[in-house]
Design a protein around this ligand. Structure first.
Ligand code: CP
Length: 332
């Protein structure tokens, strides 16, 4: 592996091999596998799981890591190309990334969507421009349109729970949230479940359809793996027989970059909060998934999150094992 930027372009078998390594590392520690290796972590946005699980995973493999959060004890970094740098940013990523890479063996970057230009975010323009100037293997810690480490952990969680890959209904549902959230997690989740060979339903209100390039990528993954991908606004039909309900909020692509209009558009949708009644016609052992962080009683009710269907902590724990497999492949 030269880096880990997304599941797009990976074969289902490659992901399974990577997750077999993750499970092996979970069962049989290799505390010296990455001895002397250093991971740099560049976070333009906040994190709890990604930051902690990468540092813990690197330490468990015998390596070490350092974290840079621009503007928090370090220089603010400019990411735009060709701009006059007479504002707050003292340094450009074109210098900062090669400098950080010169201290490390791999570099992870978290850089969320700009949220103003849908096309630029779908192309992951800012993230890709940083990867281009990175001379060591790069890892996507969540970019504008992808969160592959989350996707790997989610796949492993379903494997751990013995949810079959083929013929099981995976429902990615939109949920209400006070803010317009990025498309990265829903795009990664739909791609992951399709590549796993599941029957994927994207459930969302009218006006919240995932952009066509995201759905096209998921359909291509389903074609490789023998699954299917569809979308609907019909909650009753979508939830019937579901084996997994994966909740996430995302911004309406119709109002991308216009938070005021978007807020008005979603104002009447507060009943898109996953409650126990959502499981009435689902499979008896249907699980609830979410990448976290999650707002209780906004996205999902306490009773679901605290009940036996919820596997959100399992997903978060699997971030570490899945990422350790990535680090092992890149650096061992
Ligand atoms: N799911 C996830 O990436 O969590 P953090 O934003 O806390 O890293």
């Amino acid at each position: 592996m030269k880096g880990f930027l997304g599941l797009n372009g990976m074969e289902p078998g490659e992901v399974r091999e990577l997750l077999a390594l993750a499970s092996r590392l979970e069962r049989s520690p290799e505390p010296e596998a990455l001895k002397g290796r250093i991971l740099a972590l560049l976070f333009f946005n906040p994190s709890l799981r990604t930051l902690a699980s990468f540092q813990a995973g690197m330490a468990r493999l015998g390596g070490s890591s350092f974290v840079i959060s621009p503007g928090q004890g370090t220089w603010l970094l400019e990411t735009r190309q060709g701009v006059m740098m007479d504002g707050a940013a003292a340094e450009h990523v074109r210098e900062a990334i090669p400098v950080l890479a010169s201290y490390a063996d791999a570099l992870g970057i978290r850089s969320f969507a700009g949220g103003t230009d849908l096309q630029a975010d779908l192309e992951d323009a800012a993230f890709r421009s940083m990867v281009e100037v990175c001379p060591v293997p790069a890892i996507n810690l969540e970019s504008a349109i992808d969160h592959p480490c989350q996707a790997l952990a989610d796949w492993k969680t379903m494997d751990d729970l013995e949810i079959p890959a083929r013929g099981e209904k995976f429902v990615l549902t939109w949920a209400w949230h006070p803010k317009p959230l990025p498309l990265a997690v829903p795009a990664a989740a739909v791609q992951m479940a399709a590549l796993r060979g599941m029957d994927v339903t994207v459930l969302r209100p009218e006006g919240f359809a995932l952009p066509e390039p995201v759905m096209a990528g998921a359909r291509a993954a389903a074609a490789l793996a023998g699954g299917s991908v569809r979308e609907t606004a019909d909650r009753g039909e979508a939830l019937e027989g579901a084996r997994v309900i994966y909740a996430k909020s995302w911004t309406s692509p119709l109002h991308y970059g216009d938070p005021q209009a978007e807020a008005g558009f979603r104002a009447g949708l507060r009943d898109w909060c996953v409650g126990d009644d959502w499981f009435a016609t689902a499979a008896p052992d249907c699980r609830f998934m979410h990448c976290l962080p999650v707002r209780r009683n906004v996205v999902v009710k306490d009773s679901v999150l605290d009940g036996p269907r919820s596997v959100v902590v399992h997903e978060a724990r699997n971030r570490m094992w899945a990422q350790m497999a990535v680090l092992h492949r890149l650096l061992a």
